[in-house]
Ligand binder design. Structure first.
Ligand SMILES: Cc1cc2nc3c(=O)[nH]c(=O)nc-3n(C[C@H](O)[C@H](O)[C@H](O)COP(=O)(O)O)c2cc1C
Length: 198
């Protein structure tokens, strides 16, 4: 018989509910979260609980980093004014006229110190830890790109300056957060060529 986490493809599936009552849960809980996390593209306007936000951020700070140098930093944006400003900047970079944050009320921005050779990997792992932590807590999220361009702009640099952030940081990504306004999308099937066993 397949391990139970291999049979689960969706949080909403009945299998998952059944699974919650099985004793194996503690062992495979992380695997279930990793497999059932989905990017959310429609949010309710309410902020998430502060304790959940703190836990998601903390999970980010525990990501592995090259030589343990902790090259990334995380900016937590919970205020509407800055959130809206960043959304507008992001839309302009993308050349679109909609909210690229999909109505999410808050976001975490990861930047990483370019002077550390592994900064891009470090920052990406922080993003991954935080999106999986969010999923584990029932919080919806989506990685939104273009943080690099955003914080290379004069407007972006001014935001960092206002926050007292100096240094050679590059924007890695935004993790928009909130409660989902609808059901999760189904995951795309994994491509056949994903794994090579040698
Ligand atoms: C580096 C990176 C950049 C992404 N940028 C965006 C983005 O700008 N907007 C968006 O809607 N989703 C973005 N995503 C989310 C992906 O589209 C999403 O992860 C992918 O479609 C797979 O869906 P899943 O996360 O539900 O498994 C990004 C994901 C990654 C890893």
């Amino acid at each position: 018989m397949k391990p139970i986490h291999e049979t689960i493809t969706s949080k909403s599936s009945y299998t998952f509910i059944i699974y919650l009552f099985q004793e194996e849960l503690t062992m495979a809980e992380t695997l279930v979260t990793l497999k059932t996390r989905r990017s959310c593209r429609a949010y309710k306007p309410e902020l998430i609980e502060e304790e959940k936000l703190d836990a998601i951020i903390e999970a980010g700070t525990y990501a592995a980093t090259g030589m343990g140098k902790q090259s990334p930093i995380i900016i937590a944006v919970t205020g509407k004014e800055l959130r809206d400003k960043l959304s507008k900047m992001n839309a302009e970079i993308m050349g679109v006229d909609f909210d690229p944050f999909y109505g999410a009320p808050e976001l975490l921005i990861v930047l990483a110190d370019k002077d550390i050779p592994t900064y891009l990997y470090d920052g990406s792992l922080v993003m991954g830890n935080m999106m999986n932590a969010a999923a584990d807590l029932g919080v919806a999220s989506c990685w939104i790109h273009r943080a690099k361009e955003e914080f290379e702009s004069e407007e972006g640099k001014a935001i960092l300056n206002d926050l007292g952030i100096s240094g050679n940081f590059e924007g890695i990504g935004h993790l928009v957060l909130g409660y989902a306004a609808g059901p999760d999308a189904e995951p795309a099937p994994r491509k056949d060529s994903y794994v090579v066993r040698a």
